[in-house]
Design a protein around this ligand. Structure first.
Ligand SMILES: Nc1ncnc2c1ncn2[C@@H]1O[C@H](COP(=O)(O)OP(=O)(O)OP(=O)(O)O)[C@@H](O)[C@H]1O
Ligand SMILES: Nc1nc2c(c(=O)[nH]1)N=C(CO)CN2
Length: 165
């Protein structure tokens, strides 16, 4: 059995429903068990800023799927929930990023694990540290809690706890 962490984000209405639907579709898969859900945070858009605020969260799953098959299933969920890739880093009904998969450190054309930008993003690291502050990022040789501590404190403080789903 493998342990993976997945980040979810949505900034197109109804954001909460998109997060819930994505989790339901993960739960539906017989080879995926959702073990833990972080709190949901409302976050200002990072990168391309002329867009609505996001709801972001992370989950811990147990899975028998290999990393490529887990990515394929996540991308199927993005398709099913109507995500259109129009602007790089632009608005999305739902975005699913694989953050960590066991202690794997891998890079193929389709998939980089750990996710290459995770450690730069408070909207990823705060929910991940909620789930497991001891989660280890093998490429940085640091825990999620340590990485979070290195992020700009204004960015971390700007994360508004929105609730739980
Ligand atoms: N760990 C990963 N999780 C999800 N997708 C990944 C990962 N590593 C590489 N990718 C690749 O990234 C591609 C682009 O993903 P996507 O369009 O969701 O990017 P984005 O969410 O806009 O930006 P970012 O990757 O910076 O979060 C996907 O087609 C996928 O093949
Ligand atoms: N706050 C926030 N900003 C973003 C997000 C996101 O999920 N939340 N996702 C992005 C592309 O993956 C780009 N910018």
């Amino acid at each position: 059995m493998n342990i993976a962490y997945i980040a979810l984000g949505s900034n197109i209405s109804p954001r909460e429903a998109f997060l819930k639907d994505a989790i339901s579709l993960l739960v539906e898969h017989e080879d995926i068990t959702v073990r833990k859900k972080s709190a949901v945070y409302e976050t200002a858009p990072v990168g391309y800023t002329e867009q609505n605020d996001f709801l972001n969260m992370a989950i811990q799953v147990e899975t028998d799927l290999s990393p490529p098959l887990l990515l394929e299933y996540c991308q199927g969920i993005e398709q099913e929930l109507g995500r259109k890739r129009v602007i790089k880093w632009g608005p999305r009904t739902i975005d699913l990023d694989i953050l960590l998969y066991n202690q794997d450190d891998m890079k193929t054309e389709q998939l980089t694990i750990p996710h290459p930008h995770m450690h730069e993003r408070a909207f990823v690291m705060v929910p991940l540290a909620d789930l497991n502050a001891q989660a280890f990022l093998p490429h940085l040789q640091q825990t999620a809690g340590e990485v979070l501590g290195l992020l700009p404190s204004e960015e971390v403080r700007s994360m508004k706890k929105w609730g739980r789903i």
